[in-house]
Design a binder for this molecule. Structure first.
Ligand SMILES: C[S@@+](CC[C@H](N)C(=O)[O-])C[C@H]1O[C@@H](n2cnc3c(N)ncnc32)[C@H](O)[C@@H]1O
Length: 294
């Protein structure tokens, strides 16, 4: 691990700031799949289904958006397979996530409600059923209203009852847990305020999606999504995992909200992107996070 720590006195203040100076790891000889690691964050460049880098029963909260199988052009992952192969793949990673989670751990799973592209499918219902088959317990479903009606181009039979298409411009966040819904492990310190709690326990969330162009990834979610899940469903210092990390949005939200985080992506270029985003989008908060009063 190439991480050095030094303490720097802040200008005119009785505060010492712990600075971590990191360089991404991995040489060709290095067998470890750890792409980057500091005292709060770990980025793993590996396949979530086969990775051995994360201990079982160690995760407090999983937040993720898996590939949707809608022909998105990822660098490595093939996002256009048959629906039955897609559900086989889904079963494998749902089981792996289950094994990695603590008994009182939770899972916020962002998936489509249904799918129209390449044939109608009840994606949310099918994935929720598989999740329960591998052991997950169902808690609730949050509807994420992206408010994106501009994508409405498929009408089916326009103005005719012969074969119209109905499309809800929403996604869902299925909330699951491993064994006990009541969380008894960890710091037991919550940081959600009254206004947030009242608003977010209403399971209809309305906020915009993230720009692919701004982030440089073909399917990012906005930071608001993991932020809400983290504050609502985990304690300070809990361990948050995103098994399909992409551009690292979950890790940024976790870091900014004082949680530990682990991200896994099969694609090294997305690991690099997540590392870059973490540096550029969290540096302001880094000082607060690591400030030590002497
Ligand atoms: C929908 S994107 C996640 C985007 C992320 N939520 C964000 O905000 O950037 C899915 C990601 O899963 C990755 N992926 C696909 N198959 C994987 C696997 N078997 N193991 C780990 N990562 C995988 C893809 O490379 C892609 O970056």
């Amino acid at each position: 691990m190439k991480t050095k720590t030094r303490y720097k006195r802040e200008k005119n203040k009785e505060i010492f700031v712990k600075e971590s100076i990191h360089t991404p790891l991995i040489t060709k000889k290095d067998k470890s799949k750890i792409f980057y690691e500091n005292d709060r964050i770990k980025i793993i460049n590996d396949d979530i289904i086969t990775t051995t880098e994360i201990p079982e029963n160690s995760i407090d909260l999983i937040i993720t958006s898996p590939p949707y199988n809608v022909d998105i052009k990822y660098n490595l992952h093939n996002d256009k397979i048959s629906y039955s192969d897609y559900l086989d793949f889904t079963r494998k990673w749902l089981k792996k996530c289950y094994d990695l989670t603590k008994n009182d751990g939770r899972f916020c799973l962002n998936i489509p409600l249904d799918k129209n592209k390449g044939g109608q499918q009840s994606v949310c219902a099918d994935i929720t059923t598989i999740a329960k088959q591998v052991g997950w317990k169902y808690h609730s479903t949050i509807i994420w209203n992206e408010g994106n009606i501009s994508r409405r181009t498929a009408w089916g039979s326009f103005m005719s009852a012969s074969a119209p298409y109905v499309i809800a411009p929403v996604e869902v966040i299925v909330v699951l847990y491993k064994q006990n819904w009541k969380k008894t492990s960890g710091s037991l310190i919550s940081d959600i305020d009254k206004k947030e709690f009242m608003a977010w326990t209403n399971g209809l969330w309305t906020f915009s999606g993230e720009s692919k162009k701004r982030v440089g990834h073909p399917a990012p979610f906005p930071i608001e999504l993991p932020k809400r899940c983290i504050k609502l469903f985990s304690f300070i210092d809990d361990v948050v995992l995103d098994p399909f990390m992409g551009s690292g949005t979950t890790l940024i939200a976790a870091y900014l909200n004082k949680r530990y985080s682990i991200g896994v992506d099969i694609d090294k270029s997305y690991c690099k992107l997540a590392y870059k985003r973490l540096n550029s989008e969290t540096e302001l908060n880094q000082q607060n996070l690591f400030a030590i009063r002497m």
